[in-house]
Write a protein that binds this ligand. Structure first.
Ligand code: 2AM
Length: 483
């Protein structure tokens, strides 16, 4: 009987395409799906003529697998993953491997690692990015979990992953427990930021410069040959050329209400939990929330006054400024994302390979870009690089873009155009490079109204002082509780 190299459960489009991708690379894949008819449809349709083996029960599916058995789940995140794990465990042996390739939240992956370890089953939670196309022809794959399982899946995963120009696969071991899904979550958060930055550039081009869709398409097309060379900029140019059935621009018919599935929000929550100022992704999530308040915005637009956009000046230099604002803000966003990964790695005792993560994102995934090679190079040069902004290359790039970036934020503000991500990136930059922030006043106020105490510049860190600001308060500080 033919023995499958790997089994995959969940024949939605991502699952199907991964199976076909594995098949192309010479692997025999067994497949199963809750709705068994989809197995037959797949075998008679997209998988016709391949070596894919169908199974109609879980027992049959497991019996087709070589040992150690490798079972990949591509089912809806949440309960379905736990349900399948529960059904699979009695059918598997010690040393077999379950891989969750869905968009699971990383704490679930960590929990599953712990539960399965006690049963002798290895577990891997892997982020997979690149959409349907990526899954079919080479996604970015970010696996984490039990490292003992990695040698058993490394070859398959690296074979099916996207490759960079040098031939390196966009897949490497990320770290223990939920590290793979954590890094995928950060990828998605960064994707929220990248998209919002593009949208802010679009609004300035359209509402301030009054550019036509063809002009905007050409501009993004030319940006795609420069430092911003990336998948998202490339498809943006395409979008500005896509006509609706009646020959008008399709984009103009699309409602300005953003959807979201939660990974940007999870990134923001993780940033707040760890106290890391990932402001750009936060603003990108809130920008989607604001867009979703369509009816309220329509009402407010009739009442709330502001300047009407108009443009005087040199159009080409304003466009260049927008480019610089986008590029500099993007650098800030990635620096912030990396700051968050570093803190999470500290909290969870993960050893993350930061250059490797840039390489995994370099190809195959939605945020793929030439820019990520520069991040890889920065970490190759200095694996202990504390912040991307401190790398000479990125420091130089931000510096070069600074004037255009400031001009863009200033012009947008004066013209009444919202640029939450350009602006928050600039505020972060100015805050990060500020040796003395006004938080001395903040501490004074907290001590004034709540006796929360403060540290002094002329005393060692960790010594706390309280002042009786009005002369009427007591001497007792509130250090025994925090609000
Ligand atoms: P289905 O084809 O039977 O709906 C993506 O939705 C994949 O996850 C599909 O393969 C789907 O199976 C599976 N899925 C969704 N919810 C599920 C559940 N509660 N139990 C098992 N599989 C589920």
């Amino acid at each position: 009987m033919t023995q499958a190299d790997i089994g995959l459960i969940g024949l939605a489009v991502m699952g199907q395409n991964l199976v076909l991708n594995m098949n192309d690379h010479g692997y025999t894949v067994a497949v199963f799906n809750r709705t068994a008819s989809k197995v037959d449809d797949f075998l008679a349709g997209p998988a016709k003529g391949t070596k894919v083996i169908g199974a109609h029960t879980l027992n049959e599916f497991v019996s087709k697998l070589k040992t150690p058995r490798r079972v990949m789940l591509m089912v809806k995140a949440g309960d379905p993953v736990d349900q399948f794990i529960e059904m699979l465990v009695p059918l598997l042996d010690r040393g077999d491997i379950i891989i969750d390739g869905g968009n699971s939240h990383y704490p679930d992956t960590t929990r599953r690692c712990q539960t399965l370890k006690s049963k002798g089953i290895y577990f891997i939670g892997t982020g997979i990015s690149g959409g349907e196309e990526g899954a079919r022809h080479g996604p970015s794959i970010m696996p984490g979990g039990h490292p003992e399982a990695w040698p058993h899946i490394k070859k398959i995963f690296q074979d099916i992953a996207a490759k960079v120009e040098t031939g390196e696969p966009c897949c490497d071991w990320v770290g223990d427990e939920g590290a793979g899904h954590y890094v995928k979550m950060i990828h998605n958060g960064i994707e929220y930021g990248d998209i919002q930055l593009i949208c802010e550039a679009y609004q300035l081009m359209k509402d301030v410069l009054g550019m036509t869709s063809d002009e905007i398409a050409d501009t993004f097309g030319s940006w795609n040959t420069k430092e911003l060379d990336s998948y998202l900029i490339e498809i943006t140019a395409d979008v500005f050329r896509k006509q609706d059935v009646d020959g008008t621009l399709l984009l103009d018919q699309i409602l300005d209400v953003a959807g979201q599935k939660g990974t940007g929000k999870w990134t923001g929550i993780s940033a707040l939990d760890r106290g890391v100022p990932v402001t750009l992704i936060g603003e990108a999530v809130f920008a989607r929330c604001l867009s979703a308040m369509k009816d309220e915005r329509v009402q407010a637009s009739k009442k709330l006054k502001g300047p009407s956009p108009h443009f005087k000046g040199d159009r080409q230099s304003f466009l260049k400024n927008i480019f610089q604002a986008l590029y500099a803000s993007k650098i800030i966003s990635y620096a912030q994302g990396y700051m968050l990964m570093r803190e999470a790695a500290k909290d969870y005792h993960w050893k993350l390979n930061y250059g490797g993560i840039a390489l995994m994102w370099r190809g195959g995934c939605i945020i793929r870009s030439v820019f990520l090679s520069k991040i890889k190079q920065a970490f190759d040069k200095n694996p202990n690089l504390y912040n991307l902004l401190l790398d000479d290359f990125f420091n130089g790039e931000v510096n070069q873009c600074q004037t255009g970036w400031r001009e863009t934020v200033a012009a947008a503000t004066m013209q009444g155009i919202p640029v939450p991500c350009f602006a928050t990136a600039l505020s972060f930059y100015d805050g990060y490079r500020c040796a003395r922030l006004p938080a001395n006043l903040l501490q004074a106020l907290r001590d004034y109204f709540g006796a929360h105490t403060y540290e002094r510049v002329d005393k060692p860190r960790g010594e706390f002082f309280h002042t009786n600001w009005t002369g009427t308060g007591g001497k007792v500080s509130a250090s025994s509780y925090s609000v």
